[in-house]
Write a protein of this length. Structure first.
Length: 112
């Protein structure tokens, strides 16, 4: 399983791609830029990689698919938790009025 993510240099002006062997949590390679074609070429040279763990970036999805269409693509744990927390926040915000109606109001002495 290989993990794919981006890194920034030059205060976020220049980006690259870091590839990590997920099991021992060790970097495998650094690619300049974050284009789909770079990842596709890297993946094509390594047909033994069966699983690609990545974020939601479309260029990583395209590169992983082009380089190894048979490989399974999964979201990494950090992005799964982030997606879940963002969805929960949106849901609470959308239902704020409904949730307030469920909370008992306090009287003048602070008791419900």
């Amino acid at each position: 399983m290989v993990g794919v993510d981006e890194y920034a240099t030059g205060k976020g002006r220049h980006y690259g791609t870091v590839l990590v062997d997920v099991e021992p949590r060790r970097p495998v390679d650094l690619l300049s830029g974050r284009e789909a074609s770079s990842l596709a070429a890297w993946r094509a040279e390594r047909p033994g990689v069966e699983v690609v763990c990545r974020d939601r970036a479309p260029f990583f999805a395209e590169g992983a698919t082009a380089g190894a269409p048979q490989a399974v693509q999964v979201a990494d744990r950090w992005h799964l938790w982030r997606n879940l927390s963002e969805a929960a926040e949106r849901s609470v915000a959308q239902h704020r009025r409904c949730l307030r109606a469920l909370v008992p109001t306090a009287d003048a002495h602070g008791s419900p």
